[in-house]
Design a protein around this ligand. Sequence first.
Ligand code: GTP
Ligand code: MN
Ligand code: MN
Length: 609
Amino acid sequence: MTAVAIPGVDNAPTTHERLLSWVREVAELTTPEEVVWVDGSDEEWTRLTDQLVEAGTLTRLKQKPNSFWAASDPDDVARVEQRTFICSVDPEDAGPTNNWMDPAEMKTTMLDLYRGSMRGRTMYVIPFCMGPLTAEKPMLGLQITDSAYVVASMKIMTRMGTKALEAFTAPDGTERDYVPALHSLGAPLEPGEDDVPWPCNEEKYISQFPETREIWSYGSGYGGNALLGKKCYSLRIASVQGRDEGWLAEHMLILKLISPEKKVYYIAAAFPSACGKTNLAMLEPTIPGWKVETLGDDIAWMRFGKDGRLYAVNPEAGFFGVAPGTDYHTNPNAMRTIEKGNSIFTNVALTDDGDIWWEGMGEPPAHLTSWKKQDWTPDSDEPSSHPNSRYCTPMAQCPILAPEWDDPQGVPISAIFFGGRRADTIPLVTESRDWQHGTFMGATLSSETTAAAKGKVGVVRRDPMAMLPFIGYHAGDYFQHWIDTGKRADADKLPKIFYVNWFRRDENKKFLWPGFGENSRVLKWAIERLEGKAAAVETPIGYVPTADDLDLSGLDVSKEEIEAALKFDADEWRAELPLIDEWFDKMGAKLPTLLRAELDALKTRLSAE
Ligand code: GTP
Ligand code: MN
Ligand code: MN
């Protein structure tokens, strides 16, 4: 067999055998025009972004330094859950919440798709690390992609390039393991064929192979489908690694709360996509004396430390935040982060003077170029920005970044918040009785669907621990893993678990709770509960504060509204029970008996109401 010489394939700045042979294998399969080893330098960023501007994928912004506007193909705007697969050997291991396909069958199908799929394009090799490079065991990955947009985005979102590649070899000279992550847009170019600004393919596959820790993605250039370090690695594959090794990979923000007495608390919170993680992570407290610093806005890896406490690390290095609704009122720190530049904005609107705009930024300008690249005026029928449009910006630019964000030890978590988007039933905040009850809260978490994934918006669905699209194995086993985690530490060292809902509405669909910076009042109550200082009422669903238990000083909301937001309504909860039953039945024999017992106990308490 004569191997075709592909320019660049042998320019490898490494001698890592496994890595080299995989890169060569993929190059021979996908037949790109050339192979480029990504070094992560600023020169490389400039070269790639210039090239992307030339290709029409990016437009350079005049009003923000080193920043770019991108408009995707209108059919490539969100994660594609229907096309996401967990390819475990045994279908049972994918469970009832994932799409499953046999790994061998999936590989046969995808090998066919990949064959020649990079023709006429450049194949980029991106060594990357999720979490600090200084970790004892750095969590490495190698993404191969034919998208320069993906390379630029990965520079923002991960620690990548030469510094990551160096970590592929341990100090003792041994080759470290890594997650191979293959991505192709599925848009080969024939000789002489003109490229389109956003190449992609109608046929899409986002495949995870949990046993072999591999990721194969095809057909999409959009964030969660294409930046494979994020959801594919840091949640789907990492959740399996966590199960096997005794740690947790979660869809959680990490924040540092500093009290007026300068006491420091770290909080992790899991809300489904587009339900407020990024907002809470960068919160500006409205109550005097309290301060928030940010460590992460989307993903937390949590391991027990030597002291028996649970420590969280954010595997990412950037924010990939929902743009619409973000402004100086709702999330000033996100605005300050993007103002510094070095960012990519996808599917927002472009102003005539070369800046970005989206719904929620105040009065719209008289004219915009919409995310569909059409003329837009305030009279237009459609929003100027896609509801799932995003800013991609380096975390290091965040003005309230916690100095310890890059510490490989992570930070000890005092409280975990679960939350969803529910118009009724779920009170503003409820404290769990203990870890097991908190696990029950997380396992039964529900939320109305949003634009962050393709599909209908506004439908209530169970989204356990906000991980529904991200658990890389059987959800019942995942619940058991949570319960087991609680047994591995002393109860007083475990984080306390709370359930929040910023989205309860009145009969006119108006939010009952003002949210955003005012959520600091809920954080304060939770911290005071840890300290044994705040009061609460015991209800069948857990401990709920009254309006008097919350610090509401200076808040311009009527007491009736606060009480409605906090209300435990036994009838609403009785209506919820069959939905939880149905959800648990779906888990079959893998539902932990302790969770069934939690549900039975809830039923008993509710029937006594
Ligand atoms: P992913 O990045 O997709 O995982 O989502 P996320 O959880 O980070 O969502 P994000 O913080 O970007 O929230 C997006 C939506 O939630 C926007 O529409 C916000 O306006 C809304 N939102 C966030 N916090 C609050 C709040 O406290 N109250 C209300 N009413 N809306 C909120
Ligand atoms: Mn997310
Ligand atoms: Mn977010």
